[in-house]
Design a protein around this ligand. Structure first.
Ligand SMILES: [Zn+2]
Length: 488
């Protein structure tokens, strides 16, 4: 798949060069050194005369070993077990041991606890929650909303990455909490990824990550994103505020097949929002962002770019299709409350959806099977999506984190560009060097990088008027962090 894409891109590049007869040799150079997945031949000016091509980051030895362990059979077992609770509607019973959302929650907690017990104290499990009062909409009586959170404590004091799936389910009528709603794809598939990554990453054979990782399953998604909102607010309102530097929700990641039969088994979509909610970024900052052309370089977008750099490789066998959008039309997800709490967050969703197999009562109509049944899941595909998540989380958690107060000097007109920044919140101890990355303004991903060393100021011989810059930190074991857009 990757090979085909690269060939297609090369052919396109050749065609563009031929048609435009552009004599600038730099166009050729950029195509030759920049991986096709990061570049676009139509966006190749100005010339990249300094630095090097920004190459994908290959998995570390530990990470590669973890990704091999992601097991489609374990994912299948989790999804089949979750389906046995018949419904996991948020308003369904919490008093049964075999049916309803309460039984599902207790089972998930017990599974995480098994991994915690085997982790030599590295993984801890908590079920947290609150009673949601009737909201005049999708909650009609006081309802306990519970999130099951398994946290792998890193060595840094205060930096966290979150991976989440929702364990509540629904059928055609969002208020029908008594009918069966198997919810295999939506979203037992996402729950299975949180569980599988917790099982693997907490094993005592592996070193502790620098940052902490929370493997999460939440309730109340279908009734109004309640579980995720509770968790995001819990982190945001803690003293000190928990520094969540990245959150992913896996929601509907169970199958690569569309209702017309289209299948893309080696592609996962990642939805990354542009402008942050107005409650997060004040109007003055937003005005500056629009003035400098920074609307495509929000924290969520640069988190998504990072996932592409670390998530596409032989270990995952996947292509990450980054979609510059909060979510699909008419849909919502658990990344949103995290964005609203000011945290970078993005959503993984299967490449093609089959709407007969989500949000539908289980039934046969005109000879067609409706319902979110496990028989429509592809466990190998879910395992690959799990590997992309694993690659992103482990790479993030072992990176130095994001530099802070990243600024560009705009005090005088200059064809050079000067930047200043402060160390990541976790400190400079884990930083070996900083890197300035850039791309032309119309390019989707970082194409170029220059190592500027362990400094907090750098000048590069390239005009800020023509490209987008980012500053990122790199660790001694060559783990890069997420790039940050400099503001004036
Ligand atoms: Zn869902």
């Amino acid at each position: 798949m990757r090979f085909q894409l690269i060939v297609a891109h090369a052919a396109l590049a050749a065609a563009v060069l031929f048609i435009t007869r552009n004599p600038a040799s730099v166009l050729h150079k950029r195509d030759a050194v920049t991986p096709a997945i990061f570049a676009c031949p139509a966006t190749s000016w100005p010339p990249n005369t300094i630095g090097a091509a920004n190459l994908p980051q290959e998995p570390s030895e530990d990470l590669a070993s973890m990704l091999v362990q992601v097991d489609p059979a374990k994912i299948e077992a989790t999804i089949l077990k979750l389906v046995t609770f018949q419904t996991r509607h948020t308003l369904s019973t919490q008093n049964s041991t075999t049916r309803g959302i309460g039984a599902a929650r207790n089972w998930i907690h017990a599974e995480f606890q098994k991994y915690a017990d085997a982790s030599d104290g590295r993984l801890t499990v908590e079920t947290v929650g609150y009673v949601q009062q009737p909201d005049g909409s999708r909650i009609t009586f006081p309802t306990l909303i519970s999130d099951v959170v398994a946290t792998l404590r890193g060595t840094d004091e205060n930096r966290l990455y979150v991976v989440s799936g929702h364990y509540d389910s629904r059928n055609t009528d969002i208020m029908d909490y008594e009918g069966d709603a198997p919810g295999a794809d939506d979203d037992a598939s996402g729950v299975a990824i949180s569980l599988e990554l917790a099982r693997i990453m907490s094993q005592p054979d592996y070193p502790l990550p620098k940052a902490s990782i929370a493997f999460v399953t939440v309730a109340g998604e279908e009734q109004g994103l309640y579980g995720a909102e509770f968790l995001a607010q819990t982190y945001a309102n803690a003293t000190p505020r928990v520094n969540v530097e990245g959150m992913f929700t896996n929601d509907i990641v169970g199958s690569p097949k569309a209702d017309d039969g289209t299948v893309d088994p080696y592609v996962i979509r990642l939805f990354g929002q542009g402008l942050p909610p107005i409650t997060v970024e004040n109007s003055a900052t937003r005005e500056t962002r629009l003035t400098i052309g920074g609307e495509n370089d929000t924290p969520a977008r640069n988190l998504a770019r990072f996932v592409k750099e670390v998530g596409e490789n032989a270990a995952t066998q996947m292509n990450v299709s980054v979609i510059y959008r909060l979510d699909r039309y008419l849909r919502g997800g658990d990344h949103r409350p995290f964005l609203e709490a000011g945290y970078p967050a993005a959503r993984f969703t299967e490449p093609n959806e089959d709407f007969a197999h989500q949000h539908q009562d289980v039934r046969v109509e005109d000879g067609m099977q409706y319902g979110d049944l496990p028989e429509f899941c592809d466990y190998e595909f879910i395992a690959r999506v799990g590997r992309v998540n694993g690659a992103a989380l482990w790479s993030l958690a072992n990176s130095p984190g994001m530099p802070t107060n990243v600024q560009v000097n705009t005090t005088a007109l200059s064809n050079k560009s000067t930047f200043y920044w402060d160390p990541p919140l976790a400190g400079e101890e884990g930083v070996e060097a900083y890197e300035v990355v850039w791309r032309t303004t119309a390019a989707p991903f970082w194409t170029d990088v220059i190592d500027v060393g362990l400094v907090n100021e750098a000048t590069v011989d390239l005009s800020k008027d023509n490209v987008v810059f980012g500053i990122r930190a790199r660790s001694a074991d060559r783990m890069r962090g997420v790039a940050v857009l400099p503001f004036p």
